[in-house]
Design a protein around this ligand. Structure first.
Ligand SMILES: Nc1nc2c(ncn2[C@@H]2O[C@H](COP(=O)(O)OP(=O)(O)O)[C@@H](O)[C@H]2O)c(=O)[nH]1
Ligand SMILES: [Mg+2]
Length: 375
């Protein structure tokens, strides 16, 4: 119970200005340096892709009637992506029900607990769910369905967060820095996110700030070409901070709404590289005082509990504002989202559901909990 209270309290994320629309054509003037790359002028083609504009949710309001979520393609996509986790989990939990019902007693609760922790949800989350089941159902003979519903509601409550979308600046470009370890899914997530934003009518500029690997620049360039948005690249092995600077400069000069800057993969323990991130932040902040407006940490859901130590290191050192949980589709460890929400003040903003251009979704607690447990 103590844990639960702490958990609810930790849910107060900051800003409310969630999802505020900023005007197209941000401010103009740019001083200083460089210019860059090809320009496939992107034009506004308003048209809905996924719907990141999920409304802010209020804690502790579990309900099964999230039909607006379950009716859409988003839900089936999420459900598909979480199938490995769900199968592992529901098979495990179903095993607890040999007959048509089962008495909720200490033995049952203990068995339930040991099955829950196998999804990398961590001890604290599994305890919270077990305790909730105990509170609601103890001494009753219940069906699998009832238990799953209770668990789904509790999970949804634990995943609630106040806002999930990108916090846009009121004027000028919103600058998003994307960080994380090597291979976590940064560049791919940027491509998917940029595509979505572009399709919803935003003018996007990408910055190829991973200058360590030529392939990384190419990878992002391919995405930019596919999307039809601008990209800023530096010379091979250029200082990533200068690419970041040029990207913001470009965004200002063309009146872009959003600049998304890729970075090289690094471990949270690599001091020099973490300092380099600090430099990128500083340089970007010199250009636009309030930037970067978002620092998104991309975590690989298949890393399970390892993702947690990464989240710790990065949120301390890089000032992250949100998480993108990538590769949920390949993971049986989707439960890791629970300790991530519990331990960090960081909201999970997006989830990666595959390698395709549309395989990203705004995080939604109700859809996630349902997709995790419901048969
Ligand atoms: N299945 C799946 N694969 C992904 C997802 N996101 C990224 N990947 C793959 O993971 C690998 C590393 O991704 P990349 O974006 O290059 O990672 P980075 O090093 O952090 O930039 C690539 O093969 C991607 O196609 C996802 O959501 N689902
Ligand atoms: Mg990359």
């Amino acid at each position: 119970m103590g844990f639960l209270m702490a958990f609810w309290r930790s849910k107060k994320t900051k800003a409310d200005d969630a999802l505020a629309q900023k005007s197209l054509d941000g401010s103009g003037a740019s001083e200083g340096p460089p210019d860059d790359q090809p320009a496939n002028e992107s034009d506004d083609t308003p048209q809905e892709g996924l719907s990141p504009e999920v409304e802010p949710t209020t804690p502790r309001a579990p309900t099964k009637s999230d039909s607006e979520v379950s009716s859409g393609g988003l839900f089936s996509k999420m459900r598909g992506a979480l199938s490995k986790t769900r199968q592992a989990l529901s098979t495990d939990i179903r095993d607890l029900f040999k007959a048509e019902g089962r008495l909720v007693d200490d033995e049952f609760l203990e068995e339930l607990f040991s099955r829950l922790i196998r999804t990398d949800m961590g001890v604290a989350s599994a305890e919270a769910i077990r305790d909730d089941v105990a509170t609601r159902l103890r001494a009753r003979v219940v069906s699998l369905k009832e238990v799953l519903e209770t668990i789904t509601q509790q999970t949804q409550s634990m995943l609630m967060q106040e806002s999930v979308g990108i916090h846009y600046t009121e004027s000028g470009p919103t600058v998003i820095l994307v960080v994380g370890v090597n291979g976590s899914g940064k560049t791919t997530s940027i491509g998917k996110l940029a595509n979505h934003l572009h399709k919803s009518g935003k003018k996007v500029v990408l910055g190829a700030g991973d200058t360590f690997r030529a392939a990384a620049v190419e990878q992002l360039t391919v995405w930019a070409g596919r999307i039809g948005c601008e990209i800023v690249t530096g010379k091979p092995e250029a200082d990533p901070a200068s690419v970041a600077y040029q990207t913001v400069d470009k965004a200002l000069s063309i009146g872009a709404d959003i600049a998304i800057i890729d970075t090289a993969g690094r471990l949270q323990t690599q001091v020099n590289l973490m300092q380099q991130l600090e430099k990128i932040r500083r340089v970007v902040g010199n250009k636009i005082e309030t930037a970067p407006h978002e620092v998104l940490l991309v975590l690989d859901a298949t890393a399970g509990q390892n993702a947690i130590s990464q989240a710790q290191g990065f949120s301390d050192a890089a000032g992250c504002t949100g998480i993108v949980l990538a590769k949920l589709d390949g993971s049986a460890k989707g439960g890791v989202i629970l300790p991530i929400r519990e331990k960090f003040q960081l909201p999970v903003k997006f989830v990666g559901l595959g390698e395709g251009v549309d395989d990203i979704a705004a995080f939604d607690a109700a859809a996630f909990a349902k997709a995790l447990f419901e048969q």
